[in-house]
Design a protein around this ligand. Structure first.
Ligand SMILES: Cc1cc2nc3c(=O)[nH]c(=O)nc-3n(C[C@H](O)[C@H](O)[C@H](O)COP(=O)(O)O)c2cc1C
Length: 194
């Protein structure tokens, strides 16, 4: 059975979301038989587009800027419209992650935007698949999914430091691992039907 391929299509203006993208990549890479490629949506080469077109799954990532994905990510999403027309990404798996300065910061909207983008392409959305952390008196911010998202991974990074929270990196690794596992299951299922 050939390797499955996961592409991470993301943007980071100031480096925080790039750290989260790297953690997503680590998680995906930990699943044997998985190739992982990261592409920066702000500077896509023809080879990067080919990576996206050939991937079994694409994980979208962007900081939340002004309550949605960054302008660079929106420009990328619009540039995918030719693929939309030809259904080139139909039935690929998809997932998403975002990061913002505030605990909420309207990040949910960014994840919803990614899910709608995936749906427009006919992609199959993979949720985060974690219970919320830090929601009892005995739990704490070191928990995975400390901000309680379901749709994707939501991270928070303080605006005055380059550091990214360990729990958010761990949550991002979980997302990458889950997408890689689900992609393998999907590919095996398709192969079994042939
Ligand atoms: C133009 C701009 C808009 C932002 N809008 C939001 C926002 O809507 N909500 C929020 O919580 N943080 C907001 N922030 C803070 C960023 O989400 C935060 O600094 C994040 O860590 C940046 O990620 P990056 O380093 O990958 O660019 C904004 C930052 C910028 C520069």
């Amino acid at each position: 059975m050939s390797d499955t391929t996961i592409a991470i299509a993301s943007y980071s203006g100031y480096g925080h979301t790039a750290q989260i993208a790297a953690a997503v990549a680590d998680g995906a890479h930990s699943v044997s038989g998985t190739q992982v490629h990261r592409v920066d949506v702000a500077s896509l080469s023809d080879a990067d587009w080919e990576v996206l077109d050939c991937a079994d799954a694409i994980i979208f990532g962007s900081p939340t800027y002004m309550g949605t994905a960054s302008g660079a990510f929106h420009a990328f999403a619009e540039a995918t419209s030719k693929r939309w027309m030809t259904r080139a990404w139909s039935d690929k798996l998809a997932a998403g992650f975002t990061n913002s300065g505030s605990m909420s910061g309207d990040k949910m909207h960014t994840l919803q935007y990614f899910a709608v983008l995936a749906a427009q392409h006919g992609m199959l959305w993979v949720s985060l698949g974690l219970l919320p952390g830090w929601n009892t008196t005995t739990s704490g911010p070191e928990d995975d999914n400390r901000l309680g998202f379901y749709l994707g991974a939501g991270a928070q990074s303080f605006n005055d430091t380059a550091a990214v929270h360990d729990a958010d990196l761990s949550t991002a690794r979980h997302l990458g691992r889950r997408v890689a596992e689900q992609t393998r299951i999907h590919r095996d299922g398709l192969a079994a039907r042939r």
